[in-house]
Structures are given as C-alpha cells and as structure tokens.
Write a protein that binds this ligand. Structure first.
Ligand SMILES: O=C(O)CCC(=O)C(=O)O
Length: 221
C-alpha cells in the first residue's frame, strides 16, 4: 500500500538514500519542494563509471583516470525587468577531456543533438538527436561522437512544470544537467595536501560545499 505524504519541506533537511533512477526522481521532487537535500549515495559515481567501463575500452577510456568531477548546467529563464527570457540552450561544442561523457539530467526534457558543421556557407547538419528526460543517464564516447561531431542542447521543454528552488538570482531553473568528467588519479589530492596558494584559492568554495557535505566538512577539519 502506498503512503501519500503532504509535508511542507521548504528549508527542511531531508536525507535521501540511494543513487539510482528512483532516487534521482525523488531528488527532483524534493528540490522542487525547496528541501535541503542530503544525498547518501556513495555508489552513484562508481555506478556511472562502471557502466562507462562496460561500454568503452582501449583508447576511448583513459587509464588511471576516474570520474571525479562534475560540471553542473542550469537551464531556464533569465528574469530581466520582470520579463522571462528563455535561455535554456547550449551552443554546439566538443568536450575535450579524454574519456566517455557521462551526463545525468533532471527536470524538463531537453532536445540534445550531435551535429557536423558543413563546409563554408553550408548549414550545420544534425547527425543524431535524442530527448533527455528527467532521470536520463547519457553516455557517449569514441572519436565518432567526441571528436568528429559537436553536440548541443537545442531547447528545453516547459511541459512538465518542473521548477528548481536553487536560489540563483534572476533565474528560474527548469532543468539541471550534471556532466561527470574524468580526472587523472594524481590530480585527486586531499585539501590538506594542497599548497598554500591552492588552498587559499579554493577554501571558500570547499567551505560552501562543507555546509551540506560531510566529505568536504571532513576535508576542512
Ligand atoms: O545539458 C546537457 O545535456 C549537455 C551538457 C554539455 O554538453 C556539457 O556540459 O558539455
């Protein structure tokens, strides 16, 4: 039997246990309810990396590198003089880090395209496209997709009613995308072992992360 819950979670700390698609869907709902979410999912990145290693090998998978960092893209409307300006797109580009791209999407569906630029005066050609929905995990690698094609997000829908309360001034977020990146093991260094200048550079950022992460709080202890 299901137990429906009607709780005001705005500003309340919520612990979410798990890192699979069900947890990802719940995360979206909790963020939309303005909860302060603490995710306990030590395996999410390892699981994504395991799937990447199953599909890619040889020169497509850098040796001695691991998925260890993440770029977060917010898609939505910019609020300017009370008007909403839809800027939910990302222009065509390549990701230059080695290794397959692993990207996790939350919120509204996005139209993701692989494109090739034509010769001078010829239009850009779409070579493949897919809709990335709430909870989608997308993996792509190899020269065909990473080197010989560019990728872009053409648009993000508004049909699902997704809104993330992320406290970004003058911005309404309806899609969040996490793109995990491969990092060589020797670059993964505990905060305490960084040089003084590097520690100064990142201390404020680590302190901000430490507010909601035991891992980063431990790094500063
Ligand atoms: O938002 C997405 O689905 C794609 C993000 C992307 O292409 C990137 O971060 O390089």
């Amino acid at each position: 039997m299901l137990l429906p819950l009607f709780l005001n979670l705005a500003g309340r700390r919520v612990v979410l246990v798990g890192g699979g698609p069900v947890a990802a869907a719940k995360l979206q709902q909790l963020l939309a309810a303005s909860a302060e979410v603490h995710v306990v999912a030590p395996t999410i990145v390892e699981e994504i990396e395991r799937r990447a290693c199953e599909r890619y090998r040889g020169s497509d998978l850098p040796r001695g590198w691991h998925l260890n960092t993440c770029l977060v893209n917010l898609y939505g409307d910019r609020i300017e003089d009370g008007r909403r300006i839809d800027c939910a797109r990302l222009g065509e580009h390549r990701d230059f880090e080695p290794g397959p791209v692993a990207s996790l999407s939350l919120g509204e569906r996005a139209l993701f395209q692989f494109v090739k630029r034509g010769a001078k005066h010829e239009p850009t050609r779409v070579v493949a496209q897919e809709w990335l929905a709430d909870g989608s995990l997308q993996l792509f690698g190899g020269d065909a997709w990473k080197k010989h094609a560019l990728h872009r997000v053409l648009r993000v829908e508004k049909k699902g009613g997704f809104r993330f309360q992320l406290n970004v001034p003058e911005f309404e977020t309806r899609r969040v995308n996490f793109t995990f990146r491969w990092v060589p093991d020797e670059h993964i260094v505990p905060f305490a072992q960084l040089g003084a200048a590097a520690q100064r550079d990142v201390r404020g950022y680590v302190a901000e992360l430490a507010r909601s992460s035991e891992f980063f709080a431990g790094q500063l202890a």
